[in-house]
Structures are given as C-alpha cells and as structure tokens.
Design a protein around this ligand. Structure first.
Ligand SMILES: NC(=O)c1ccc[n+]([C@@H]2O[C@H](COP(=O)([O-])OP(=O)(O)OC[C@H]3O[C@@H](n4cnc5c(N)ncnc54)[C@H](O)[C@@H]3O)[C@@H](O)[C@H]2O)c1
Length: 246
C-alpha cells in the first residue's frame, strides 16, 4: 500500500519549486493534495484541489482550511513551502521588506500551522513539516531578514512539537541548502559565486526540489511515526562540516 494512501495534505507554495515537487512526491504515495499559493497552480490530480492563498493573511488561511475540511472532512498533513527571499544587511534593507519577510516566512508559517492544528488535535493525528533553511541554522552574509525568519521557523516548529505531541500531532522541519528553483534562479548565472557556494556543499552540487520533497514526504508519513521536533538538513552536507578546498 502507498505510504500516504487517502491522506489529505495541504501544501503551501505549491505552484513552484520545493512545494510543487512535494505535491508530486506525496501524490505518488497516494495522498490527496490541497495545493495553495498566490500564483496559479498546475498539474492537479483527480481528487486534488487548488486554493488561491496569501499565507500572511489570517482570514484567507482560515477560509482555505475550512474549505478543505468541508470538502474532505479531514486534514492529515501540512507542508509549509511558501516563502520569499529578502536580502540585505541591517544597514541595507528597507523596513517594509523586513516586515514582508516576517509576514510571509514566519507569521505565514505560524498561521497555516495554527489553522490546521485544531483539526489534527480533534483527529488525534497529524503531521506538519515546516521549511527552514541552512540559514536558519547558521549565519550568512547579506540576508538578515530571511535568515531571521528561518531561525524563527525552527523555534516555531519545536514549540508546536512541544505543545501538541501529546495530542498525536508531529511537527518537524527541513532545512534545505542550495536547491535549484525559481527562488535561486539568479545564482545559476552567478559564475564563480555559484561555484564557491556549491563547493560549500559536501556533495559538490546543488540539490533538486524533489530531493527536499522526498524528505518532506518521509516526515509526513507514518515511516516517521516517532519523529517530532526534529530538523533535517537537506543540504548535501553544507551544515555538517567546513572543508577548505585549495
Ligand atoms: N531554493 C532554495 O535553495 C531554498 C533553500 C532553503 C530554503 N528554501 C525555502 O523553501 C521554500 C520554497 O522555496 P523555493 O525555492 O521552492 O521557491 P519558489 O520561489 O520556487 O517557490 C515559492 C512559492 O511560494 C509562493 N509564495 C510566495 N509568497 C507567498 C504568499 N504570501 N502566500 C502564498 N504563497 C506564496 C510563490 O508564489 C512560489 O510559488 C521557501 O520557504 C524557501 O525559503 C529554499
């Protein structure tokens, strides 16, 4: 039997990159995908559904969850893949951009979790996977708003795991390294800069979105039934060691 047969899984940011790949991988394991994004979503399966959603908007988020419950009567999984990259050191970014990063990456993740948790508690089961980053685990230059939101996502994840583990709800994170998606598209043309970044990954290559989707799928499934509050780096070894290459 497929690992996610009949499970209803909400994926935010499902129109592109890691969210889109996650939708494909969980669908292959029998899940019904409720796909949400600001952008148009393509490639839905027979029982899937799509929702136009700005994850930073609380009432829209609650409305989408209500529609999912109306339609399927259950929500078994959530993968919070919606996110934006906001660059700059503290002396560079505009305050509006700081607020935008927090609103989408951190508050948006919290709002999706907050809207699904009561249903999972009622069901006495559910699995949530949040998407942090290598830059949620370590510092990095020139991306302060993004890095702060991703560190926050890790603490949000542990806090949710602590609060709802006794109710049968598991909450984990993945922390991707450099994954080739539209978000990192500008790096593809960055020459020596891209090469140096790739070299910081022990596997000496960039990752593909489905390689993150596969780990999210594992964490959503009963194969991870005793895993909660964990963060799995999906980073080709970036966070494991610093290797000097000469
Ligand atoms: N690509 C990488 O190297 C990498 C590394 C670490 C972490 N991540 C994280 O993975 C997640 C997915 O990134 P990706 O690389 O697939 O990027 P992507 O740009 O391909 O996809 C992000 C999706 O989120 C959607 N989105 C943005 N703002 C939204 C909002 N307010 N409401 C709803 N949807 C919204 C976009 O429309 C898009 O479809 C992000 O949280 C990102 O920070 C990516």
């Amino acid at each position: 039997m497929a690992r996610l047969e009949g499970k209803v899984i909400l994926i935010t940011g499902a129109a592109s990159g890691i969210g889109k790949a996650t939708a494909e991988t969980v669908r292959r394991e029998g899940a019904i995908v409720a796909a949400a994004d600001l952008a148009a979503i393509e490639g839905l399966g027979k029982d899937d559904s799509a929702y136009s959603l700005d994850v930073s908007n609380e009432s829209q988020t609650e409305d989408v969850i209500a529609q999912i419950i109306d339609r399927y009567g259950q929500i078994d999984g959530l993968a919070t893949c919606a996110g934006v990259s906001v660059e700059g050191s503290v002396t560079q970014f505009e305050l509006d951009n700081w607020h935008r990063a927090l609103a989408i990456n951190l508050t948006g993740t919290m709002l999706s979790c907050r809207a699904v948790v009561p249903h999972m508690v009622r069901q006495k089961s559910g699995a949530i996977v949040t998407v942090s980053s290598i830059y949620g685990m370590t510092g990095g230059p020139g991306n302060t708003p993004y890095n702060v939101t991703k560190g926050g996502v890790l603490q949000l994840t542990r806090s949710l795991a602590a609060d709802f583990g006794s109710c049968g709800v598991r909450v984990n994170s993945v922390s991707p390294g450099y994954i080739e998606t539209p978000m990192t598209g500008m790096l593809a043309h960055a020459g020596a800069m891209r090469d140096a970044f790739v070299a910081m990954h022990l596997l000496q290559r960039a990752g593909q979105p489905e390689e993150v989707g596969n780990v999210i799928r594992f964490l959503l499934s009963d194969d991870a039934s005793f895993v909660t509050g964990a963060n799995i780096p999906v980073d080709g070894g970036f966070s494991a060691a610093q290797v000097i290459r000469v």
